[in-house]
Design a protein around this ligand. Structure first.
Ligand code: ADP
Length: 395
């Protein structure tokens, strides 16, 4: 087990800054996931911890040791990658024990470690199988067992489930959580899949364009995203955004108004551009709005496409000033979309005119210019205290 610390790590390749001044501390035994879109620098950041890449600037510590220039084998890390490179001519036992043999462990110790690792990843009874006799999930477990026998201080996993089918991925997610519990080892995990990040991690580090956007527990990223990027990336389907302006008595967007005392929006004044964000589950039909303590004024909308998902139903709403009339006259008029998630038994049809409200306690405001979060929740109509103001600790 060991703590991992990145101090102002930057990695530049000629004209690309893959990692841009990232600092973070990962606790001993913590499961931290690097998540973000393809090309955002997740793998490169992990490679600086693994020792596969040397940072252009900055330092990497494992435990109390500055490992920035150490070779991978001297760092006490073990890696599992997306492409499972098992030796095809070796059986499971030989594949798992290969690294130990190279390091000249005695036969008894090898036997003990391999059996223990096979037990942890539930491969008992399969030690004499050849790789081509196994499923993708089983092969991935062999790769994980091969990392476990090394008894590393830190596990580094780069998209280890990416090549598995959807069902197996979900299953392996729970296996990895169990593995983390049993081994109690620091794990750094890379994925572009926010659902994977949300379900497994103690904290997630959201990256974009080489920069760390937020590192926080999954639900903090979900409920109090540090900026618009995190708000849009975490959560599926994605948060709705509406561009607007701070006015005397609230926020005005193209199609609706939300009451608010502008004095409560830190650092902003009337006339400033703000972006309002609300998740699909925080949009409600007025008919169901009695469950919302502080709804906004009703917003005219028309249901466009409806997607039944089984456990919930997604309704794509079109908004426009006087939605009913303008869309009947010209259905392709510049209506904005708002996605609403409702229970599957909600009586609503495509093409129906409806009124919706937003749950004020779940509305987020972002500074349009920078994307930084200004408020999470606008809970008090009259003023004083409105929502949570993001703090340094959130980002
Ligand atoms: P991610 O893992 O988030 O998909 P990467 O860390 O692999 O992203 O890459 C981050 C950026 O750095 C990308 O623009 C990628 O093209 C670039 N990059 C990564 N490795 C190299 C390399 N060896 N040479 C040049 N550019 C690289």
């Amino acid at each position: 087990m060991a703590r991992v610390r990145l101090e102002h790590v930057t990695k530049r390749y000629e004209d690309v800054t893959a990692v841009d001044d990232i600092s973070m501390e990962i606790e001993d035994g913590e499961f931290v996931t690097f998540v973000g879109p393809s090309g955002c620098g997740k793998s490169t950041t992990m490679e600086t911890v693994a020792g596969l890449t040397r940072p252009t600037e900055g330092e990497v510590y494992i435990g109390d040791d500055n490992v920035t220039t150490l070779a991978p084998k001297d760092r006490g890390v073990a890696m599992v990658f997306q492409n499972i490179a098992l030796f095809p001519h070796m059986d499971v036992f030989e594949n798992i024990s290969f690294g130990l043999r190279l390091r000249k462990y005695d036969d008894e110790e090898i036997q003990r470690r391999v059996e223990q690792a096979a037990d942890i990843v539930q491969l008992e009874g399969m030690l004499d199988r050849m790789p081509d006799e196994m499923s993708g999930g089983q092969r991935q477990r062999v790769a994980i067992a091969r990392a476990i026998v090394r008894n590393p201080d830190v596990f580094l996993m780069d998209e280890p489930l990416a090549n598995l089918d959807a069902k197996l991925r979900v299953h392996m997610r729970t296996e990895l959580q169990r593995l983390h519990r049993e081994l109690d080892t620091t794990i750094i995990y890379v994925t572009h899949d926010q659902a994977e990040a949300m379900t497994m991690s103690d904290r997630i580090a959201v990256l974009n364009a080489g920069e760390l956007q937020q590192i926080a527990p999954p639900l903090t990223c979900y409920n109090e995203p540090a900026n618009r990027f995190v708000a849009g990336f975490i959560g599926s389907p994605s948060m709705n955004f509406a561009e607007g302006e701070l006015v005397e008595d609230g926020v005005r967007t193209k199609n609706f108004h939300v009451d608010l005392d502008p004095g409560n929006v830190p650092g902003m004044t009337v006339g400033d551009a703000v972006t309002l964000g609300v998740r699909p589950e925080d949009v409600h039909l007025t008919t169901a709005a009695d469950t919302v303590a502080q709804p906004t004024d009703p917003i005219d909308a028309r249901s466009d496409v409806i997607e039944p998902m089984g456990d919930e139903m997604f309704v794509y709403l079109l908004l426009a000033e006087g939605a009913e009339r303008s869309m009947e006259e010209d259905p392709s008029s510049s209506a904005d979309q708002l996605l609403m998630s409702v229970t599957p038994d909600t009586p609503i049809e495509e093409g129906q005119n409806v009124d919706v409200v937003l749950d004020r306690s779940k509305i987020h405001l972002f500074e349009t210019a920078t994307g930084q979060a200004l408020l999470h929740g606008i809970t008090n109509l009259s003023g004083r205290d409105s929502g949570t103001t993001p703090t340094e600790a959130d980002s």
